[in-house]
Ligand binder design. Structure first.
Ligand SMILES: [Ca+2]
Ligand SMILES: [Ca+2]
Length: 484
């Protein structure tokens, strides 16, 4: 009898091991590609007809579905990535800023980040480049918080290539006489790098490394590979050839409206002013150069993404790898008299999101559902057959990926780094509130895609205003830096 029981135990053990291995073997891999500060200036998305992104376009033609109405959880690198990777909104975690130290907060709040969750559920997680936003300024003795702490395998950050000449800014654009010191006052810069060799660029080295892992490695577990491309984040120091792809004389500027901000009044009765970077470019008459430089940076980023996609296509993982390509938020190139991110307007909040699930997502498809980057965590768990994480704020998009033409327009939320600043957007209308400043805005995107006309006080829109305002979160975590 003892022998029979022993045999039974061994048999059960072997069966469990077999089914576990078999289940794991069937699980898809994930290639998770972040492109820092990439707005919708991608050929197949159509945000700017001048964008040259052959690799992303090819991806779209081969099942990489464009999630056309995708929005970030916060319009700044740190909180956007913090939200996506913890699956929680900033107003629930207190991660509002780039200065937040993610490893500490995650531990303190008992959160499990997306790569950690995959690792705990049988995946090998591997990464290079910017996936997590490092605490800024980066402590000299602590380079690990770029994300090393969250992955099984993490490759160091390659060095960057300097521009030609030592003068800064390379573009020679002067600051305004009384301009406050900011990231932009130094980093809003463009110009050619030494050597004109793209293969030496940080992102190229990062992407080539990822491509090599896909070609050469024989992973014994399913993998979750996260590769972070840093362009088109500032500064736009790039090989000259990328500027040459977008001749200055052909550049058409985005639409702007003079006096656009004269309908946004704060509680002191003051109107919003154009952003200082925009004012600098305006004073110097150099908008076309700025737009050219961003387009150049997007083309370079596209080439880096192409290295990964080509390598995956030729690898043994091609048919069993989900690919997600995401920008962490949008970027203004003059719209609403602004350059950069960190606003709650459409240009900052809407971003690139493309998803390919082999055998599921169709070729050449744009899905119009209203989605948020916060949805990626539960979506990926769902697609890979992993148990739900009850801490996730987002909702799985699998139904939508299966039926991309279905109605999917539940209002979505974007938090801001100012306490009490939020945006609710439902595909047609957006409502923006900055409680501290006392500003409120309402836009009808069907009639006014550039958000020129603030309808907040318009009686015809009173019901819409009321409906969207009611969705603004009222309970908010204090800023995590103030809560240490
Ligand atoms: Ca960013
Ligand atoms: Ca306006």
């Amino acid at each position: 009898m003892k022998k029979v029981i022993k045999c039974l135990i061994v048999w059960i053990g072997v069966s469990i091991a077999f089914f576990a291995a078999n289940g794991a073997a069937k699980r898809p891999n994930v290639l998770f590609i972040s492109v820092d500060d990439l707005n919708d200036w991608v050929g197949c998305i159509g945000g700017n007809p001048q964008a040259k992104t052959p690799n992303l376009d090819k991806f779209n033609s081969e099942g990489g579905m464009v999630m056309y109405d995708a929005h970030c959880a916060a319009p700044l690198c740190g909180p956007s990535r913090g939200a996506l990777l913890t699956g929680r909104y900033p107003h629930k975690t207190g991660i509002y800023q780039n200065q937040d130290h993610l490893p500490t907060i995650v531990k303190k709040k008992n959160l499990i980040t997306l790569p950690e969750y995959f690792s705990q559920h049988g995946y090998h997680t591997i990464s290079r480049g910017k996936i997590f936003h490092p605490q800024s300024p980066i402590p000299k003795d602590n380079k690990w918080n770029f994300g090393k702490w969250a992955f099984d395998e993490w490759a160091g950050r390659p060095s960057s290539v300097a521009p030609i000449g030592s003068k800064r800014p390379v573009n020679g654009l002067p600051n305004l006489p009384n301009e406050k010191k900011s990231y932009h006052s130094k980093a809003f810069d463009w110009g050619p790098t030494k050597g004109n060799d793209e293969t030496k660029m940080r992102d190229h080295v990062t992407a080539s490394w990822g491509a090599k892992q896909l070609e050469k490695r024989d992973f014994d577990k399913p993998f979750f590979m996260a590769i972070g491309i840093s362009q088109p984040h500032l500064p736009w120091h790039l090989p000259q050839k990328y500027f040459d792809m977008h001749p200055l004389e052909d550049i058409v500027l985005p639409k702007t409206l003079k006096g656009d901000l004269k309908d946004i009044k704060d509680k002191k009765g003051k109107f919003l002013k154009p952003d200082p970077t925009w004012q600098r470019v305006e004073n110097a008459g150099r908008h076309k150069e700025a737009v050219q430089a961003y387009l150049a940076a997007v083309s370079f980023a596209d080439e880096c993404v192409g290295l990964l996609l080509d390598s995956l296509a030729q690898s043994k993982y091609a048919d069993n790898t989900i690919v997600v390509i995401w920008g962490d938020h949008g970027w203004h190139l003059g719209e609403k008299l602004k350059y950069g991110k960190a606003t709650l307007w459409q240009e900052s909040c809407r971003t690139t999101l493309m998803v390919k699930v082999p055998g599921l997502t169709p070729n050449n498809k744009k899905c119009m559902g209203v989605v948020n980057l916060i949805d990626l965590y539960p979506t990926l768990l769902d697609l890979c057959g992993l148990p739900k994480n009850s801490n996730n704020d987002g909702r799985s998009l699998v139904k939508l990926l299966k039926s991309p033409d279905m109605t999917w327009n539940e209002p979505t939320l974007t938090d801001f780094y100012h306490f009490g600043a939020h945006r609710i957007y439902d595909g047609r209308y957006s409502y923006i509130v900055f409680e501290g400043k006392g500003t409120e805005e309402l836009y009808d995107h069907k009639k006014d895609p550039m958000e020129w006309k603030n309808l907040v006080a318009h009686p015809e829109y009173a019901q819409i205003y009321k409906r969207l305002k009611a969705l603004v979160p009222t309970e908010r975590e204090p800023d995590s830096r103030k809560n240490k």
